[in-house]
Ligand binder design. Structure first.
Ligand SMILES: Nc1ncnc2c1ncn2[C@@H]1O[C@H](COP(=O)(O)OP(=O)(O)OP(=O)(O)O)[C@@H](O)[C@H]1O
Ligand SMILES: O=P(O)(O)OC[C@H]1O[C@H](OP(=O)(O)OP(=O)(O)O)[C@H](O)[C@@H]1O
Length: 215
């Protein structure tokens, strides 16, 4: 029997994803050791492998079949636009993708002025402004601390993740428009879904139980 491989987004979602695996009855004790630098973990009994990858790389591993199953945020799925099946909402890592900025940007946004939009998510920002709002904007890609952009005059607004709203509030910014709700999803390689249908469905049933248990 071949191994079924899981790619989990490291960082913020990792611990919660591991808790979901545990609730699903898929355990991997070794992976819980946060001090370890090991990248791949094996459960010989269940013939499962697990690895932690940078969130934005998880859809890539799954599309190419280097991982059969992935756990990653909806934001990353939208941004990466890979060919894969998104099969389940795990209900963890809940937050929202928003347009945010100082209150003064509200009017400029409303009147479709040519504004600059800074974001770690240029694809999502472009899709929102161009396809949904039919508004021409200049998108500036950043890699973090995006809230800085409107403060220092790099952009008028940002497209970013909002969870508690604390980061916006502490920087004098506010949500101007909501783009979409986000949470962690289970994604599956398209070929694996067919070739390993029985085993993958069993795993997905386990995840479903885990989601129910968390309710
Ligand atoms: N408050 C939040 N801020 C950012 N991401 C969140 C938040 N709550 C949940 N998430 C989820 O966690 C994921 C981000 O995790 P993390 O912050 O570890 O990665 P990252 O910041 O994208 O990675 P890196 O620091 O390598 O750029 C997002 O894809 C999102 O789905
Ligand atoms: O609404 P809140 O609860 O304040 O959370 C949202 C903030 O958290 C994330 O940043 P992160 O900590 O991942 O840092 P980064 O901006 O450098 O990616 C996100 O980009 C927001 O800045």
């Amino acid at each position: 029997m071949r191994y079924i491989t899981f790619a989990l987004a490291k960082g913020r979602l990792a611990k919660k994803a591991m808790e979901m695996l545990e609730l699903a009855g898929i355990t991997c004790e070794e992976m819980k050791d946060e001090t370890s630098r090991k990248l791949i973990f094996v459960n010989e009994e269940l013939k499962l492998k697990f690895f932690l990858a940078k969130a934005s790389d998880v859809p890539t591993y799954v599309e190419y079949g280097a991982a059969d199953i992935g756990v990653v945020g909806k934001d990353t799925i939208l941004e990466e636009g890979r060919n894969l099946y998104e099969v389940m909402d795990l209900g963890i890592g809940k937050c929202r993708m928003c347009v945010a900025g100082p209150a003064s940007a509200r009017e400029r946004l409303k009147h479709h002025e040519l504004i600059r939009v800074a974001s770690k998510y240029p694809v999502i920002a472009k899709d929102y402004f161009y396809n949904k709002k039919h508004q021409t904007v200049e998108i500036i890609k950043l890699n973090g601390s995006v809230e800085l952009a409107p403060i220092v005059g790099l952009s008028e607004v940002i497209v970013d993740i909002v969870e508690t709203g604390t980061t916006l509030k502490e920087n004098g910014l506010e949500v101007l428009e909501e783009i979409c709700p986000l949470s962690a999803r289970v994604v599956v390689n398209q070929v694996s879904m067919k070739m390993e249908n029985e085993r993958i469905n069993k795993i997905l049933a386990g995840f479903k139980t885990a989601v129910e248990k968390r309710k």
